[in-house]
Design a protein around this ligand. Structure first.
Ligand SMILES: Nc1ncnc2c1ncn2[C@@H]1O[C@H](COP(=O)(O)OP(=O)(O)OP(=O)(O)O)[C@@H](O)[C@H]1O
Length: 364
């Protein structure tokens, strides 16, 4: 389902991440002042967020940053200590899970082992006393959606891990929820299958047009799959944006460090090289490395000299650790197009376009 590219507005560093009104329709999810305390632990510490219908939205953050607790509050498994949750304009903050138009897919997708795939998918409808013919039809549609139309008669133990995860997805989709919550659903899969499922899940989301809210601590996964990402840190959202915005323009040193690898230049090094005080972020792949020190920097480029202290070969890429003469350390990542250049112990000139080093607020 196509959706309008949302405009985010951030009021200060920890302000409201809201979608500019498009003049019609409520967001699929609206969170205001959401808090959750477990005794002394402030698991969620004031979250404001709007998610428009049809979006693939990821909550990304380190372990313990509060993303699962936000998801569980949306699902109704936890009640907020303060704040409100609206689903399509309806305040559901204090409703039981089954009174909310959401479904959750967990990492440990407990399927009933004695039931067939078809029966597993039908189960929720049976509980709701949906008539048999409709149940069959809807389960068949859900299985077709997750490309398991031919597997209805199998038992879960006759399926691969990825197929079982797709049954779990079908079991949620069969209820036709307005919002689907996914809590690290690919976490139990090996890396290769995980990559395949990332592409499939994204395609399924496009096909069904349901709002997906996806919790992960894997930044690659969030960058690959999402329309927008919220980056969590210590119970708060540090930034909401498209993958490109979050990666290319991190709003804080925390986001720069958590989403991808970032170099941070500060103190004397920053003043000497960039000419301004503050903390500056530079992505390692934006930096060129050159053994010819006599070559002047190109127009529009910043440059610095240094010594290569370490070379890390990683197959498709090679990383150089460079100690700068002006103070500080930078990692440089280059595509391994030919034999990796051997700069180890050597003197090099690093250069990057001015706009690729940008200032980030120090405290996350
Ligand atoms: N039921 C609970 N009782 C007490 N503390 C809890 C409970 N649930 C979560 N917490 C605490 O709240 C904080 C946020 O936890 P949460 O599970 O939301 O983080 P997360 O970002 O999803 O982490 P992970 O990626 O490890 O799942 C943590 O400090 C956690 O220990």
């Amino acid at each position: 389902m196509p959706h309008q590219a949302p405009t985010t507005s951030a009021e200060g560093e920890q302000g409201t991440f809201a979608i500019a009104s498009d003049g019609g329709g409520d967001p699929a999810i609206r969170l205001r002042g959401l808090r959750k305390e477990f005794g002394q632990v402030h698991a969620v510490d004031g979250v404001d967020l709007d998610i428009p219908p049809g979006e693939f939205f990821s909550m990304l953050g380190p372990s313990g940053s509060g993303k699962t607790t936000v998801l569980r509050m949306i699902a109704g498994f936890e009640l907020p200590t303060a704040g409100t949750i609206e689903l399509h304009g309806r305040d559901v903050s204090r409703l039981a899970p089954f009174d909310r138009d959401v479904n959750t897919v967990f990492q440990d997708y407990a399927l009933f082992p004695h039931m067939t795939v078809q029966q597993n998918v039908e189960y929720g409808l049976r509980v709701k006393r949906v008539p048999r013919a409709e149940r069959r039809q809807r389960a068949k549609e859900a299985l077709d959606t997750v490309r398991l139309g031919e597997f209805g008669e199998r038992k879960p133990d006759q399926l691969s891990g990825g197929q079982r995860q797709r049954v779990a997805l079908a079991r949620a989709l069969v209820n036709r929820p307005k919002v689907l919550l996914l809590d690290e659903p690919l976490g139990a899969l090996d890396l290769k299958l995980r990559h395949t499922m990332q592409t499939e899940l994204k395609q399924i989301q496009r096909d069904v047009g349901i709002t997906f809210i996806f919790v992960t601590h894997d930044q690659d996964e969030a960058l690959t799959m999402s329309d927008r990402i919220a980056v969590f840190n210590a119970g708060r959202i540090e930034q909401v944006g498209s993958p490109v915005e979050v990666y290319e323009r991190p709003a804080s040193a925390f986001v720069a460090g958590f989403v991808g690898t970032s170099n941070l230049l500060s103190g004397g090094g920053a003043e000497n090289i960039i000419g301004k005080p503050g903390v500056f972020s530079i992505r390692p792949e934006k930096i060129r490395v050159d053994a010819d020190l006599s070559k002047p920097a190109d127009v529009g480029e910043t440059s610095a000299t240094g010594t290569v202290t370490d070379t890390v070969y990683a197959g498709a890429t090679v990383r150089y650790e460079v100690t700068l003469d002006a103070g500080g350390q930078l990692s440089v990542v280059r595509q391994n197009t030919a034999e990796p250049a051997d700069f180890e112990g050597g003197r090099v000139r690093l250069s990057w376009r001015h706009e690729h080093s940008f200032r980030v607020p120090e405290a996350g």
